[in-house]
Design a protein around this ligand. Structure first.
Ligand SMILES: [Mn+2]
Length: 290
């Protein structure tokens, strides 16, 4: 692709890797005579398929990179989940692997001047030599991304020198959560004050008001809506009414201490699900959870 508007027009080479479709990648790998490709990959268990697809994608990158010429900057642009990267600011590192997951080394970063990654919404640097990064999304898409800086990378590549990267923040629409537990008997003044303090102008807003039963009677949603007029949009206004015992399961265990299967059992039992059906659902859930 042509690059730059100066007196000497320049060029860059970009190798683009879309999110791997296992069938397409493995058909390519078979045609290319790559060793270790199962003939009927539909029968391969997911964990093995992940690795086979990763290996084949890696080989494909190395193979295609041979088409690149010397003396023109080389960029890898890949839609992939790189092992050890972060999904979001509140989530931990990627530990589970699925199709589309590769280690950074499997991208052969040293064949390129810059590795531009896409998939995660959180901007993050992945490699240093050569630099590689997820620019992340420029727009926030949900409340989980409230605190993530949003922007893009400007990358300067001068042939024969390490590429220089700079993250340029953009003003992405804010996601604002107003979470308030009013203490006064009439809760409205505190709710409105909390909204004013949060600064909701042009933001996507959700309001959670935690109330006792008595205070809930005095809650007036129309007033909250009026206080949110400057917001870009209101996701929801939720009244959480305190109910004793709701935060604990019947046997006194705290919900958050339960594992997913235990929590499912409890939920199904409370719903009155018949025993045989309950066991069936638990088995199905266990399969889903791996
Ligand atoms: Mn993606």
């Amino acid at each position: 692709v042509p690059s730059g508007n100066g007196p000497e027009p320049r060029k860059a080479q970009v190798l683009c890797v879309p999110w791997p479709n296992p069938r397409e990648v493995l058909e390519w790998a078979t045609a290319a005579g790559l060793p270790g490709i199962p003939s009927d990959f539909r029968k391969v268990p997911l964990e093995e398929l992940t690795e086979v697809v990763a290996e084949a994608t890696s080989a494909m990158i190395a193979n295609l990179s041979e088409l690149m010429v010397l003396g023109v900057p080389k960029i890898l642009a890949a839609h992939l989940a790189v092992e050890g990267t972060k999904l979001g600011s509140e989530q931990s590192m990627m530990l589970t692997r699925g199709v589309g997951t590769l280690s950074y080394q499997q991208l052969h970063p040293r064949l390129f001047d810059y590795v531009a990654l896409g998939h995660h919404h959180l901007a993050q640097e992945v490699g240093l030599d050569p630099p590689g990064a997820y620019a992340g999304s420029m727009m926030r898409v949900d409340f989980g991304e409230s605190d993530e800086p949003k922007g893009f990378y400007v990358v300067d590549i001068e042939q024969g020198q390490p590429a220089e990267t700079a993250f340029v923040p953009v003003r992405s629409r804010r996601f604002v959560t107003v979470d308030v537990r009013p203490k006064q008997e009439d809760p409205m003044a505190e709710v409105i004050a909390a909204i004013d303090k949060a600064g909701v102008a042009d933001a996507i807003v959700r309001v959670i008001v935690r109330l006792s039963r008595a205070k809930a009677e005095l809650f007036r949603e129309a007033e909250v809506r009026r206080a949110l007029e400057a917001a870009h949009s209101v996701a929801y206004i939720k009244r959480e009414i305190d109910q004793d015992g709701r935060s604990r399961s019947p046997d006194g265990t705290r919900w958050e201490d339960l594992g997913p299967i235990e929590a499912l059992r409890l939920y199904l039992r409370q719903k009155g699900t018949p025993g045989a059906r309950l066991e069936e659902l638990v088995v199905a859930a266990q399969r889903l959870l791996g």
